[in-house]
Design a protein around this ligand. Structure first.
Ligand code: TIU
Length: 235
């Protein structure tokens, strides 16, 4: 059990029942020429989350925590892409159109893959999702149930879109969600701020918000040699 400083109040986590969920850290959102840029966004704004998330990922791996990655995207034949999503707005390229990193937001294309800095390692599940929420039309809930997970540490992009949608879905399903503010980012700094405020308002209506330093400090305390000795001495 670890206690982590968070808002609106500290949270106690059993790390054996906690998973790190990294939402959509894909080239399509973070690099020029991908889906995010076709929508008219300045994709460089998302870079801020990469270094803190890289440290958090290393900490979670060291702690032996379950790490799950998600990717938003569609089948090459677009059969799982709602026409209402494809036709939305006036992007420079639409989902499925060819771009410099392959077809926009299509599974198997270079742009759809996770950025190198945060690339999954063997044993870390990758959830391919057609929507914004990571539970919609995926086996995420089944996987969490089978692993005995009760708490989610949620990071990734973008704060107010796929991170918020996933946290809301998870909260309704009974998971405690802790969102790491510095490990999330948005194309709109004001939406990042408000997206986090919406989660922690009203006594934590959707969950908790903290930073990667606080979470890593909690993990370090749990895996400190003295604690390990104390736990082991009883057996
Ligand atoms: N456009 C935007 O802010 N986000 C998305 O379309 N998907 C995710 O947030 N992953």
């Amino acid at each position: 059990m670890i206690t982590v400083a968070a808002e609106p109040q500290p949270i106690v986590l059993n790390i054996d029942r906690t998973a790190l969920v990294i939402i959509d850290m894909q080239r399509d959102f973070l690099e020029p020429g991908g889906f995010g840029e076709t929508l008219g966004n300045n994709v460089s704004l998302l870079k801020a989350a990469v270094a803190p998330l890289k440290a958090m990922l290393a900490g979670a791996r060291d702690a032996g925590m379950l790490v799950i990655h998600t990717r938003e995207g569609h089948r090459p034949d677009l059969s799982d892409a709602p026409p209402a999503k494809i036709e939305r707005g006036s992007p420079s390229k639409r989902i499925g159109d060819p771009g410099p990193m392959g077809r926009i937001l299509i599974r198997g294309e270079p742009g759809h893959d996770i950025i190198e800095e945060l690339y999954p390692i063997d044993g870390e599940p990758v959830i391919d999702k057609p929507g914004k929420g990571a539970f919609y039309q995926t086996d995420l809930q089944l996987m969490l149930q089978n692993c005995g997970i009760e708490n989610l540490i949620v990071c990734g992009v973008t704060t107010e879109v796929c991170v918020n949608t996933t946290v809301r879905e998870a909260n309704d399903r009974g998971y405690r969600c802790v969102v790491l503010s510095d490990c999330c980012a948005s194309y709109f700094p004001e939406f990042h701020e408000m997206g986090l405020k919406m989660i922690k308002a009203q006594g934590g209506i959707f969950g908790w918000v903290t930073g990667s330093e606080q979470m890593l400090a909690g993990l370090a305390a749990a895996t400190a040699p003295s604690k390990k000795y104390a736990q082991g001495s009883g057996s």
